[in-house]
Design a protein around this ligand. Structure first.
Ligand SMILES: [Zn+2]
Length: 309
């Protein structure tokens, strides 16, 4: 079955929501390496969250979620573009043992120096336009709480998230209270009924146990949770795994390292081998390939600066 993201809208109340289930994409992410269960849960939850946010923000570009950890997990990265193409990876500290019940704080914020960074990188940038980057405090015991706080602060949107992941599936529910059109976003300004609907739906979401979220498909969840509400359901969309790595991008990375560093690395081996962290694609650059990287650059400069006879 395809990975699926299902958007819905509540009639008669400014509440919208999304349910997502990701298993095929999640399997691709995990093909590369076996993560300790606690890390797997965290990365899987970020995967669902990235898909939910990407569909929610209606933003044409790439959402990059990164946690730079100060504990046994050094880095977690999840990327999602507007077509819901996802890739994800995690880097662990060497020689580290991670308990199955390690918390978010244990994993990435042991000394309080962990950083959660959300980047919105527009696809077609206008001249001078840059990616928007928000550093989000890791103030919560779950990815869901951290993102809820981010959405409230940066988008002024009351958002609730329920996320769960195991080896087979990553599933999530998002509910969002929309600002009333033409009105204010202050909860006191809302008619009683609308606020009641929102609170009721959040309460229904809160009944979701992790096990239930992991073991129930989203069509069943939708019915079980919201059968009493007048919910309008949109056509489902399908997240999928996609890695944007290429030989050209790896070449650019080598160029950024500089000629000296590359020459140094080449003096110890006859070719540089680089594996993509996201998809495992293997790239090789021998001495000739590397020389070409730097020759091309010099050639470009000479064309602009010299008159040839
Ligand atoms: Zn790749």
């Amino acid at each position: 079955m395809k990975d699926t993201l299902q958007k819905f809208l509540v009639d008669n109340a400014p509440v919208r929501g999304e349910l997502v289930e990701i298993s095929d994409t999640w399997r691709h992410v995990q093909e590369r390496r076996a993560y300790p269960p606690a890390v797997r849960t965290l990365l899987g939850e970020m995967l669902a969250a990235a898909a939910l946010l990407s569909a929610n923000l209606k933003f044409n570009g790439m959402i990059v979620m990164q946690i730079h950890g100060d504990g046994p997990v050094k880095l977690l990265v999840v990327e999602c573009d507007s077509e819901l193409q996802l890739r994800a990876t995690a880097k662990l500290a060497e020689d580290t043992l991670i308990a199955d019940d390690a918390t978010l704080t244990d994993l990435v914020n042991a000394s309080g120096n962990g950083r959660f960074v959300i980047t919105l990188d527009p696809k077609d940038k206008l001249p001078g336009q840059q990616a928007y980057q928000g550093v989000v405090p890791l103030d919560g015991e779950s990815v869901a709480t951290v993102i809820e706080n981010y959405m409230l602060r940066s988008e002024q949107l009351d958002t609730k998230l329920w996320l769960a992941a195991d080896a087979n599936v990553s599933r999530g529910l998002l509910l969002q209270k929309l600002p009333t059109i033409g009105g204010t976003a202050a909860p006191t300004a809302k008619p009683e009924g609308e606020l009641e609907t929102w609170n009721h739906m959040v309460m229904l979401g809160d009944t979701l146990k992790r096990e239930e979220l992991l073991s129930t498909d989203i069509a069943t969840l939708m019915h079980r949770l919201f059968w009493e509400q007048d919910v309008r359901v949109f056509d489902p969309v399908h997240p999928q795994f996609h890695c944007s790595c290429s030989r050209e991008k790896v070449g650019n990375m080598l160029k950024m390292l500089g000629q000296e560093e590359v020459a140094d690395a080449l003096s110890q081996t006859d070719k540089l081998a680089i594996d993509c962290d996201f998809c495992g694609q293997h790239y090789e650059f021998d001495a000739v390939d590397c020389a070409q990287l730097f020759v091309a650059e010099v050639g470009g400069a000479s064309e602009a600066g010299e008159v040839r006879h």
